[in-house]
Design a protein around this ligand. Structure first.
Ligand code: NI
Length: 78
């Protein structure tokens, strides 16, 4: 979640998503109110790679809040 009032931040986040286009399957942008935007980004790949992408996006200066949620199709699931 971030404020789109900082144009540079919006550009930075978009640039990052293009950099990781191989892993990013889908992105949804929600205009929460007059200032704040929420982006939900679906990423597929190895956990360590996904964590690195999440850390980079969430760690970008100006991002107010971010959370990584992981799931798996792993063999141990029944
Ligand atoms: Ni928005």
């Amino acid at each position: 979640m971030y404020s789109h009032d900082t144009r540079e931040l919006t550009d930075t986040l978009t640039d990052l998503q293009h950099r990781y286009h191989d892993a990013i399957i889908s992105a949804m942008h929600i205009h929460l109110d007059e200032h704040n935007c929420l982006e939900v980004i679906v990423v597929k790949g190895k956990a360590k790679d996904i964590k690195a992408i999440a850390d980079r996006l969430i760690g970008t200066k100006g991002v107010k809040h971010g959370k990584l949620s992981l799931t798996t199709t792993g063999k141990n699931l029944k």
